[in-house]
Design a protein around this ligand. Structure first.
Ligand code: SF4
Length: 107
């Protein structure tokens, strides 16, 4: 259903479906780089996107036949459910899944 209605809309506009999707799952970050273009940081006003919303977006993009997904932020590891969301993305059958992280919270 998602695929057919979006494909129809894209076809009417003379466009093809997107192949890759980047989802910023949070505006929070453990760092506060001066060059940060999303103005992320521990006190960023943009908080976490709900896991239900990210789950829905991943499912809809998989249904569209998307081939690549990137999870980013802010710092995606600041999201309390980042690992579950990453597992969902990997299990959704995309050809490539990327986690764009500053790596500081990995141990
Ligand atoms: S999101 Fe990236 S650029 Fe922005 S504050 Fe965090 S580490 Fe720095």
């Amino acid at each position: 259903m998602v695929r057919s209605s979006l494909e129809q809309t894209l076809q009417l506009a003379g466009l093809r479906p997107p192949q890759t999707l980047t989802i910023a799952i949070t505006g929070a970050c453990n760092l506060s780089c001066s060059h940060c273009w999303v103005e992320a940081g521990e006190s960023a006003s943009a908080g976490h996107v709900s896991s239900q919303t990210v789950d829905r977006l991943i499912g809809e993009f998989a249904a569209l036949g998307g081939s690549g997904l990137r999870l980013t932020g802010g710092e995606p590891l600041c999201h309390p459910d980042w690992l579950d969301l990453l597992r969902l993305a990997v299990a959704s059958g995309f050809g490539a899944v990327a986690l764009q992280t500053n790596g500081m919270l990995l141990n």
